[in-house]
Ligand binder design. Structure first.
Ligand code: BEZ
Ligand code: FE
Length: 304
C-alpha cells in the first residue's frame, strides 16, 4: 500500500481491522445531536474494543445475535427481558447509582423491578394489604422525614411485595386476589404511616427465557432476597424507588440483580404484647419492622 492510500484510509471509509472505530466514527454527520454523537461514539468504541478483545468466531457472533433476538421475542406488555438483562449485568443498578448520587442525605434507592402496578388501592394507615390471610403476619410502621429529620405530612408510599411463597399477585392471577400485597398509604401530620402485611419470601426473577438460561450458563442463581418495595414521594421532594430487605435471608449477599445496599437491610423484631396483638388481630408474639424514609429536595440532589 502506498502512503497516498494510507492517508485516505479513514476518510475514504475503507475498512481495516486496525482503524475500525475511526472509519465508522468518521461517517457520523457533523450536524447530529451532540448527545447522540457522544453516546454513539462510546457505543462504537466499546463495541469494537469488545470484539477485538474477544475475537469471536463467525458462529459465536451469530450466537450473540440469536441471544438478543430471543431476548426481544420474549418481550411483551408484561415481560421486559431486556430490562432483566440489564438487571443481571448490574447495569440497572449502575444507572440508578449515577442518577441518585449521595450526599443528598436521602434514603438509598434500588431497582424498580417488573411487578409494580400503577393503580394500587389507596388505604388509610392500619389497613391490611394481605387480602387472603396467607403468611406470617407483619406490622410495618415508619416515618417519612426531610434530611433535617422534620416530618413530611402527606407523603405517599406506594408499597408492593411478594407473598409467603415468593409470588406477586400479578404472577398468580386467579390464585391470589387481585391487588394482593399492594397499596398506597399517606403519612399523617407527624410523617407517620403504618400497615399490616405478611413476611415476604425470596423468589427467582423470571428465568424461563434467554436471561435465565444465561444466568445458569454463568453459574448464577436467579434469586432475589426477600424484600418489600416502596416508592416514596411528597410535594417538593425527589421521589425515591427503593426496597427494605429482611436481614436473615439466604440470598442477601447474592441478589441476582445486585439490588441490596446495607442501609436498606431492615430490623425485624418480635413483639411480645398480647394486648397489642389482640388489637391487631395478630397472634402473639408477632413480627414488626420499622421502615423510615428520608426525602431530599431537587436542590439538595443537584448539589450531591
Ligand atoms: C423485583 O424486585 O421485583 C425485581 C427486580 C428486578 C428483576 C426482577 C424482579
Ligand atoms: Fe421484588
Amino acid at each position: 500500500m502506498t502512503d497516498h492510500h494510507a492517508a485516505h484510509d479513514a476518510a475514504s471509509g475503507y475498512f481495516s481491522e486496525g482503524k475500525s472505530e475511526e472509519v465508522v466514527l468518521a461517517r457520523m454527520a457533523g450536524d447530529m445531536s451532540p448527545r447522540l454523537q457522544e453516546v454513539m461514539t462510546a457505543v462504537v468504541r466499546h463495541l469494537h474494543a469488545l470484539v477485538k478483545e474477544v475475537e469471536p468466531t463467525q458462529q459465536e457472533w451469530e450466537t450473540a445475535i440469536q441471544f438478543l433476538t430471543e431476548t426481544g421475542h420474549m418481550c411483551n406488555d408484561w415481560r421486559q427481558e431486556f430490562i432483566l438483562l440489564s438487571d443481571i449485568l448490574g447495569a440497572s443498578m449502575l444507572v440508578d447509582a449515577i442518577n441518585n448520587r449521595k450526599p443528598s442525605g436521602a434514603t438509598e434507592t434500588t431497582v424498580l423491578g417488573p411487578f409494580h402496578v400503577s393503580d394500587a388501592p389507596r388505604y388509610e394507615s392500619g389497613a391490611n394489604i394481605c387480602l387472603d390471610g396467607k403468611g406470617e403476619p407483619l406490622l410495618v410502621t415508619g416515618r417519612v422525614t426531610d434530611t433535617e429529620g422534620r416530618p413530611i405530612a402527606g407523603a405517599m408510599l406506594d408499597v408492593w411485595q411478594a407473598n409467603d411463597e415468593g409470588f406477586y399477585d400479578v404472577q398468580q392471577k386467579g390464585i391470589q386476589p387481585d391487588m394482593n400485597l399492594r397499596g398506597i398509604f399517606t403519612t399523617d401530620g407527624d410523617g407517620r404511616y403504618w400497615f399490616k402485611s405478611v413476611r415476604p419470601k425470596f423468589y427467582p426473577i423470571p428465568d424461563d427465557g434467554p436471561v435465565g438460561k444465561l444466568l445458569r450458563q454463568m453459574g448464577r442463581h436467579p434469586y432475589r432476597p426477600a424484600h418489600i418495595h416502596f416508592i416514596v414521594g411528597a410535594e417538593g421532594y425527589e421521589p425515591i424507588t427503593t426496597h427494605i430487605f429482611t436481614p436473615d435471608c439466604p440470598y442477601l449477599h447474592s441478589d441476582a440483580v445486585f439490588g441490596v445496599k446495607e442501609d436498606l437491610i431492615a430490623d425485624f423484631t418480635k413483639i411480645d404484647d398480647p394486648r397489642k396483638a389482640a388489637d391487631l388481630g395478630f397472634p402473639n408474639p408477632f413480627d414488626a419492622v420499622t421502615c423510615d424514609f428520608v426525602l431530599a429536595t431537587p436542590q439538595q440532589r443537584m448539589k450531591g
